[in-house]
Design a protein around this ligand. Structure first.
Ligand SMILES: [Zn+2]
Length: 352
């Protein structure tokens, strides 16, 4: 089944709570399930934290990055709502810096366990090690292959520095969750749903009994989750994985309360998954238009066409990753071909 199987929606997405909790505050979103936020120092300026009341302790989901603001946010929670009983478990939906950056600080502080999928425990450790390596020739090769400009190369350098600052070493011990497994937390049973595309083994938590989905970044309320190709896996096709994951979420009941990693809780999962699939289909159509000309184009030339503003604003690194995700999708369907040319650049054109 692919995303074309998601029916076109008749109802808009409905935001459940229009106002987010301030740092250190919580909103009870369902009995025993609290919504908190910690700030992030990025354009995306917050991450949602879910606190599940286990009766004799708490389970917390996701952490924020290793920044003063996020630590202060946790300090306020620890001195407030969490003060009465211990945090026993920390879960992470996936291994991106804004979701696990403070995991080891929190597990030490609360003396609690850490739970995530195997890939999401491993991948941030590799990313952190790579950010500290003296030399990363595969990154330079990737950037040269796609015809990167100076600004994008500088953005990669900045990203390395940011990983070192904002992503702490992961807890050395973890508890593994797998797709389809059931976990008890906050008085509810949650089924783990893993999916690729945004992260390789991203975990969402589905409570069928109460129709609540802690969805992480797999389906976001307002923005489209980042789907990117990176130097470590230069031929990856994450968009195919992402689009393949959406019907699984679209098939959950429409009244499901969806708790995303960023933005606001909402209802209308079918509508939102359709919108996200549609957004990517439109971007693929734009890309086909850019590739329709006679001259083959580098990844960076296509990026400039697809994300003109982002490139101008110095977001070329993310824009190139996203562009390549769409290009590789079309390579996967056989519509587009890449060819390495004499100047060492890879150029893409419609397959003939
Ligand atoms: Zn995130």
């Amino acid at each position: 089944m692919n995303d074309a199987a998601i029916p076109e929606p008749s109802r808009p997405v409905e935001v459940v709570h229009p106002t987010a909790p301030a740092s250190g505050e919580t909103i009870e979103i369902a009995p025993g399930l609290l919504w908190a936020r910690v700030p992030l120092p990025y354009r995306l300026n917050h991450v949602n934290i879910w606190l599940l009341d286990d009766g004799d302790g708490w389970t917390a989901i996701d952490t924020g990055s290793n920044t003063t603001g996020a630590r202060e946010g946790w300090d306020l929670l620890a001195g407030g709502i969490l003060a009465g009983k211990p945090v026993r478990r920390l879960f992470a939906t996936h291994g991106h810096t804004d979701h696990v950056g403070l995991a080891s600080w929190l597990t030490e502080r609360f003396n609690c366990s850490f739970t995530t999928t195997q890939v999401e425990w491993l991948s941030p450790q590799l990313r952190r090690a790579e950010s500290m390596a003296d030399d990363t020739p595969h990154v330079a090769r990737f950037l040269a292959l796609h015809g990167c400009n100076e600004a994008t190369i500088a953005a990669y350098r900045e990203e390395r520095r940011r990983i070192q600052l904002h992503l702490m070493a992961l807890p050395p011990v973890y508890q593994r969750i797998r797709d389809g497994e059931q976990v008890r937390a906050g008085g509810r049973t949650w089924q783990v749903i893993t999916a690729g595309g945004h992260a390789a083994e991203h975990a969402s938590f589905w409570c069928e009994e109460d129709a609540i989905l802690i969805v992480g970044d797999q389906v976001l309320q307002k923005i489209s989750p980042m789907i990117g190709v990176f130097p470590n896996e230069p031929d990856a096709d994450p968009l195919a994985e992402y689009l393949a994951s959406l019907p699984r979420f679209a098939g959950l009941p429409e009244q499901t309360l969806v708790l995303p990693g960023h933005g606001l809780p909402f209802r209308g999962l079918g509508t939102r998954t359709w919108e996200l699939a549609h957004h990517h289909r439109e971007r693929l159509a734009t890309l086909r238009g850019l590739l329709a000309g006679r001259a083959a184009k580098t990844g960076m030339e296509l990026t400039a066409g697809l994300f003109e503003r982002a490139v101008a604003e110095g977001q070329g690194r993310h824009a190139l990753s996203e562009t390549l995700a769409h290009v590789h999708y079309l390579v996967g369907t056989g519509e587009v071909q890449g060819a390495l040319e004499a100047d060492g650049r890879l150029r893409f054109a419609m397959a003939r």
